[in-house]
Unconditional design. Structure first.
Length: 443
């Protein structure tokens, strides 16, 4: 059996490693267009900010380790066409330019996603995205230059917000531009984003919400950004307006995709074409609450579905139960997390829901470190089954959201959450934990 995997990193190498353990006799070939096959891109903003200094610390596993396990790892080779009828791939060596073909019995596509970059009249030395190792090295160099005092970040999603912390470490003057009227509006409801925006403004971050860039002024370097509402002097620009699946090379196939190009897969990672699987940031993942095919480019889902694909390629017949799109973020001194569906999502699906938002504390008042928590629950109006949750605060918000993820997965009700036997000690909680309290008031 010859199994070819297009793309390394999270999904691709998870599948390859699992398959090779299950079926040592299988030919497992991985084509990767770069020379980095196992990389934690989530660490990039913290490398840029100088929280650690060696970029190789983001390499999860060296190439040699995969090769030693028997995986035929072919780096600097980009698959440029797939013929699913004849099961033939066309590959281009990115160093020599040589083009050749290969065949497969089964195929996995794990090509990830790329940063969205608007079309510009020219390139600029001081403009970058933050998606791969080269981006991180370039942005860190820009940050380290004393003369680069003003930074403009375009996009208020995860990468944009996390880049703020990196820039803050260098005492930059930071402007954040977003076409939305809220930061992180795809992840959190307004109660949470109001708190996060307050934290940003408190730390002198200039928020330009409900605004769009109209023009960049400069020759080799951008020195001014023109928006709908203002002009901003700048020394560097970070483009963080989102990502798109790397699937344009599949245009000659019959693979079913979402409008954005994400390959639609089932709970086993199977695509609409026989013997072709996909996972990671180039593919969809099932929503555990709504059963929708959703596009959520997160490392957690990529690794898990990648492993499932590896098992299925090895004839184990596994399935992935679904994702809650659980995610978290540090916003300067605050932390916030979300799991399941938001109230906005519940409205869009016409779900008969209720929502409750409370403010409580992470621990007792007499032990140092007490901070407020804002907790929001979304739940079924009739059954009281929890559908989603969001928490923000200065301490202990993220780990409490993990409890909500467990509760949603187990289809627990608000009443069950209210009586859940959670740990108590003065440094960690109150006798009725904040999660118990939000469960009890959600009627």
């Amino acid at each position: 059996m010859r199994v070819v995997i297009i793309g390394g990193v999270a999904a691709g190498m998870s599948a390859a490693a699992k398959l090779k353990r299950l079926k040592p006799d299988y030919e497992v070939v991985v084509y990767e267009k770069t020379d980095i096959v196992s990389f934690g891109a989530c660490g990039l903003p913290y490398y840029v900010g100088g929280f650690f200094n060696d970029p190789n610390m983001m390499i999860a596993r060296e190439k040699s380790k995969f090769i030693e396990s028997g995986i035929d790892l072919k780096t600097f080779n980009e698959v440029i066409n797939v013929d699913t009828d004849e099961k033939i791939l066309t590959i281009k060596n990115t160093l020599s330019g040589e083009v050749f073909t290969d065949n497969y019995d089964k195929l996995m596509i794990a090509t990830g996603a790329s940063s969205i970059m608007p079309s510009l009249d020219k390139s600029y030395n001081n403009l970058t995205t933050l998606k791969d190792m080269n981006d991180g090295i370039k942005l860190r160099e820009l940050m380290n230059k004393e003369e680069n005092k003003n930074i403009v970040i375009v996009g208020a999603g995860f990468i944009g917000i996390e880049t703020i912390e990196a820039a803050k470490k260098f005492n930059k003057n930071i402007h954040l531009i977003s076409k939305s009227n809220r930061v992180l509006d795809r992840v959190f409801d307004k109660e949470i984003t109001d708190l996060l925006e307050e934290e940003l403004r408190k730390n002198n971050i200039h928020l330009h919400l409900d605004d769009t860039v109209q023009e960049y002024i400069g020759d080799e370097n951008i020195h001014k950004v023109i928006t709908n509402k203002c002009e901003i002097d700048c020394d560097m620009v970070v483009m963080a307006i989102g990502v798109k699946p790397n699937t344009s090379f599949l245009k000659n196939t019959n693979l079913k995709m979402l409008p954005n190009g994400a390959i639609i897969v089932d709970e086993c990672g199977r695509t609409s074409v026989k013997d072709v699987y996909a996972a990671g940031d180039c593919a969809t993942i099932k929503n555990l609450v709504t059963n929708e095919d959703m596009y959520v480019p997160l490392a957690t889902g990529a690794n898990k579905l990648g492993r499932i694909v590896g098992e299925n390629l090895g004839e184990v017949n596994s399935s992935f139960p679904g994702s809650l799109a659980s995610s978290c973020i540090k916003v300067l001194d605050m932390e916030a997390a979300a799991t399941g569906i938001t109230e906005e999502k519940a409205k869009s699906l016409n779900i008969d829901y209720k929502a409750k938002c409370i403010t409580n504390y992470n621990q007792t008042h007499y032990y140092p470190g007490r901070e407020k928590l804002l907790i929001k629950l979304i739940y079924d109006a009739k059954t009281k089954v929890i559908l989603g949750g969001q928490i923000a605060g200065y301490k202990d918000a993220v780990q409490r959201t993990n409890v909500l993820a467990t509760a949603i997965t187990a289809k627990m009700t608000t009443e069950q959450l209210g009586m859940l036997d959670l740990c108590y000690a003065p440094p960690f909680a109150t006798t009725w934990d904040a999660l118990n309290i939000v469960g009890n008031v959600s009627k």
